[in-house]
Design a binder for this molecule. Structure first.
Ligand SMILES: C[C@H](O)[C@H](O)[C@@H](O)C(=O)CO
Ligand code: MN
Length: 418
């Protein structure tokens, strides 16, 4: 049987639950994943004066061939995007500005430094998202930024964050797709603080100044990302979950939940329904923490599947903005993007092929036996045949055949980078 014939057979299995598989594929095609550019260069960026990666995050490994400039990064993204079904967004950080070899301080970044990215996104029909880069900089060297006791340092990062929101607005206007500008800061203390309130009060004040500046919500939406701890900030994080949930709610901006930013037994999948009841929109950084916020490439594991189920069965595909946030420098970086993004899409497809109404009915009836039995049986349904057809339909490689393409690209392009 060819791929189409296998699809036609497989879809019968799902249709018996009333799932319209053709419609599922149409809906899946509309979902945009925000693919983070920083997997391509280990979060280095291309500033004229570069600082080491800081802020308690780390890209470990030394796989050869990382992108050395924005052109290479765009070429690598083009390759990865050619292996991923659907039309998506690319997520940039301020450190990916192109300033023509001229040193530009972060608080002076302007839309013009992102013109090449916008031109490229237009050509490829992509959306762009954005992030101020509030780490890897001399003014973040003691691990404090927007909550710093020194007003000059806070003001510097406030100016940078406002400039970043304006770049987000520019992206949204140019690309006719709303940009999501996400703010994350590393601020925290290695050891037990003697004042927990002061830094949080300063952060609150900084954020109020940043979000007081009017930016058109049609073009740019703002969100804030919390964290539980980072390397070197093990005892206290200023921007904790409670801090940002309250701040976002009161200031009518979005919360971003990163799957690596909670205690090890806490899962984002369980947070989504609660968030959806109180927020019009929420954002995600889907990552894979292994023992800590290690940012491993996401695999099709139980938590990823559960996150996708929560989005799909709560009819929230247009309310949860799905972004990725992993950076593994120990494997081919184009493969990392491809594996992770294909897995995110596969998880959504699996969720869309699940008979949620029936399973909810079993739960409400207290019929936990059939709920568990069906949940387990559905796991071995022929989703792979539906996925393969979806890839073929979207003119991207089917199954593992994309690996050969990455190897050829590695040989032809990445191997030349020393
Ligand atoms: C580079 C990203 O902005 C960063 O990973 C941030 O989103 C984060 O998750 C920090 O742990
Ligand atoms: Mn993140």
């Amino acid at each position: 049987m060819n791929i189409k014939e296998r699809y036609l057979e497989a879809k019968k299995d799902y249709e018996k639950f009333g799932i319209n598989v053709d419609k599922v594929l149409e809906d899946l095609e509309k979902v945009k994943i925000s693919i983070h550019c920083w997997q391509g260069d280990d979060v280095t960026g291309f500033e004229v004066s570069q600082s080491e990666l800081s802020g308690g995050i780390a890209a470990t490994g030394n796989y050869p061939g990382k992108a050395r400039n924005a052109e290479e990064l765009r070429a690598d993204l083009d390759k990865a995007l050619s292996l991923i079904p659907g039309k998506h967004k690319v997520n940039l950080h301020a450190i990916y500005a192109e300033t023509n070899g001229i040193f530009v301080e972060r608080d002076e970044i302007k839309p013009e430094y992102f013109e090449n990215w916008v031109k490229w996104a237009k050509e490829k029909d992509l959306g762009l998202d954005f992030n101020p880069t509030i780490f890897s900089h001399p003014k973040a060297s003691d691990g404090l930024t927007l909550s710093h006791p020194d007003k000059e340092i806070r003001d510097f990062w406030i100016r940078h964050s406002i400039a970043s929101r304006k770049i987000g607005e520019y992206f949204g206007k140019e690309l006719k797709q709303t940009c999501l500008t996400n703010l994350w800061i590393p601020d925290g203390y290695k050891d037990i603080p003697s004042d927990r309130l002061g830094p949080r009060a300063r952060l609150k004040d900084s954020l109020e100044q940043i979000y007081a500046i009017d930016v058109d919500k049609k073009y740019n939406l703002d969100c804030v990302e919390s964290k539980v701890f980072g390397i070197g900030a093990e005892s206290y994080t200023v921007g904790s979950s409670e801090f940002y949930l309250n701040f976002a709610c009161r200031n009518k901006i979005m919360s971003l939940l990163d799957t690596g930013h909670y205690h090890p037994t806490e899962v984002v999948s369980d947070k989504l329904s609660a968030m959806l009841l109180f927020n019009e929109k929420i954002a995600l950084h889907v990552s894979r923490p292994v023992r800590w916020d290690s940012d491993h490439v996401i695999i099709l594991d139980d938590e990823l599947k559960e996150i996708a189920k929560e989005i799909v069965r709560n009819d929230a595909l247009d309310r949860v903005m799905i972004g990725l946030d992993f950076f593994d420098a120990s494997i081919n970086r184009i493969a990392a993007w491809t594996i992770g993004t294909r897995n995110m899409i596969k998880a959504l497809l699996l969720a869309m092929l699940t008979p949620h109404e029936l399973l909810k009915k079993y739960q409400d009836e207290g019929n936990f036996t059939e709920r568990l039995a069906l949940m387990e049986e559905i796991k071995t349904y022929p989703m792979g045949d539906i996925w393969n057809y979806y890839c073929e339909k979207n003119v991207v490689p089917v199954g593992e055949s994309w690996i050969k393409e990455v190897k050829e690209y590695e040989q032809a392009e990445l191997s030349k980078r020393k």
